[in-house]
Design a protein. Structure first.
Length: 370
């Protein structure tokens, strides 16, 4: 366990060293297309309700899922079969929700993947087939139609005395299972200007994006706020061509000093700009162990007393040898992690130390605890 903890700190230190060595390289700078989203160029979420048939007795129990029975009756009536007076007992059908993401500029006839999830008490969708299902957007319009054989990654098996399961057998996927029927209109070609939205808002990065664009195409970009840069084509060039030319321009991204802590997993992620003010860190290796050894107290014969359980608690304290680390003004992330690694600090102790440094005002970074 101790070796794994030291290995994690060594890995963090190695990653930080890589950032310091290669972060300033022009070739390592990301492209504009990697850090921005173009206005209105996004996917659209679709949802539908359907039936999966052909299950081997693993579908919904009709009496426990009345919506499945009603859906089956309505489907069969549309096909000319009237079973309103019949009592159905099938377990080969499951009611499901069908979801999909329609990518931007998807054209009629193109295929998209769909996700199928059970709504009732079906135990598995393995071997089922999704019947024709309309997929609608938030405006109530039908944008795609899904159908096909479902693919389940998980399984579940049970016997009289034991059962085994892996993954989720009530959720499945159909690759290319939906056909786009309606396109989302967007007149990108006729637009005079577009807004580029930074995925991580930052004043410095937005300014650098505008500067990089204006350096290649003077007068084409203007920073509106830390999230938005407006792109135009003032020289009469087509805006679509300008976007294709701009998105491959490299730009250096500025990241704020931030420490992200996951206490449950014991992981710490820090940016390279984390700085530490003059501070001394003591790591004492304090260990406190508490053991409970209850004993039974027997009464004297014929005394009329009752047997009682008396608590016995043993507490042991080991403060270890102790160690300390001193950091000078403006110490970097590499110095901090390297020093704590030499002390043999575990990831969970590192979390406690970082939180204490932030409370003392010595850590010049924001801490986000997850």
């Amino acid at each position: 366990m101790e070796l794994a903890q030291k290995s994690l700190l060594w890995l963090i230190s190695l990653l930080c060293t890589g950032v310091l060595l290669f972060g300033a390289s022009a070739q390592a700078a990301p492209r504009i297309k990697d850090i921005i989203d173009v206005e209105n160029v996004r996917s659209n979420q679709l949802i539908g309700y359907g039936l999966v048939v052909g299950l081997a007795g693993t579908g919904d129990k009709i009496r426990n899922a009345p919506f499945t029975e009603e859906s089956m009756q309505a489907m069969l009536e549309r096909m000319g079969v009237n079973i309103r007076s019949a009592q159905m007992k099938t377990q080969n059908v499951a009611a499901v929700s069908v979801t999909a993401n329609m990518p931007p500029f998807a054209r009629s006839g193109s295929q998209i993947d769909v996700q199928v999830s059970a709504l009732g008490d079906a135990t598995s969708l393995q071997g089922g087939t999704l019947l024709v299902t309309a997929l609608k957007g938030m405006d109530g319009q039908i944008y795609a139609v899904a159908q096909g054989q479902v693919a389940v990654s998980g399984f579940k098996a049970a016997g009289a005395g034991a059962n085994i399961s892996r993954g989720v057998s009530t959720s499945a996927r159909i690759a290319g299972g939906a056909i786009v029927e309606r396109e989302v209109p967007f007149a990108l070609k006729s637009a005079n200007n577009l807004k580029l939205a930074l995925r991580n808002p930052d004043f410095t990065t937005a300014q650098r994006v505008a500067k990089a664009i204006n350096g290649a195409f003077p007068g084409s970009a203007e920073m509106l706020d830390p999230t938005t840069v407006r792109l135009s084509a003032p020289d009469g060039a087509a805006l679509l061509s300008r976007i294709a030319q701009v998105e491959n321009l490299p730009v250096e991204v500025d990241t704020p000093a931030k420490v992200i802590v996951n206490e449950a997993a014991g992981t710490v992620v820090m940016t390279a700009d984390v700085r530490v003010s003059p501070v001394a860190i003591a790591q004492g290796g304090l260990t406190i162990s508490v053991a409970e050894n209850p004993v039974a107290s027997q009464p004297e014969p014929l005394s009329g007393g009752q047997t009682q359980v008396l608590p016995r608690t043993q507490v042991a304290v080991d403060d270890g040898g102790g160690a300390s680390l001193g950091l000078v003004e403006g110490a970097s992330l590499r110095s901090l992690v390297g020093g704590l690694n030499r002390l043999g600090v575990s990831p969970r102790d590192l979390i406690t130390i970082l939180q204490a440094l932030r409370s003392a005002g010595a850590l010049q970074a924001d801490i986000e605890v997850q």
